[in-house]
Design a binder for this molecule. Structure first.
Ligand code: FES
Length: 114
């Protein structure tokens, strides 16, 4: 299993997300890493944000993911939210196919993901 350097701890303060290899790595009070491609239309989740619940929010249509489980907890918003069953079906899909999770470690002032 290869280890990827994410950056210094100063580069990843609480409330931020960045990309490191195949992972979107963030800090919602705890460091987390999930695979980068949104299950909806594959937006890069490294460009996402963290909401008030600590979930990772997709930058394109604001689906929200529980970063501990990799499951979508809110479906795509905007025009997609008006499609009956769409949010429900994506949430069910990520129950079966959640985002992959990486392991984040801190060594001194540096953050790594494997
Ligand atoms: S691509 Fe992520 S919600 Fe649409």
């Amino acid at each position: 299993m290869s280890e990827t350097h994410v950056g210094g701890t100063a580069d990843l303060p609480p409330g931020t997300v960045t990309g490191a290899g195949r992972y979107a790595v963030g800090n919602n009070g705890e460091y987390f890493a999930v695979t980068r491609r949104c299950r909806h239309l594959r937006a890069d989740l490294a460009g996402g944000t963290i909401d008030e619940n600590g979930c990772l929010v997709c930058p394109w249509h604001q689906s929200a993911y529980d970063v501990k489980t990799g499951r979508m907890v809110r479906g795509p918003q905007g025009v997609f939210a008006k499609v009956p069953g769409l949010g429900w079906s994506f949430k069910m899909w990520t129950k079966v196919m959640p985002l992959g999770r990486g392991r984040v470690t801190k060594k001194g002032d540096d953050v790594f993901v494997t």
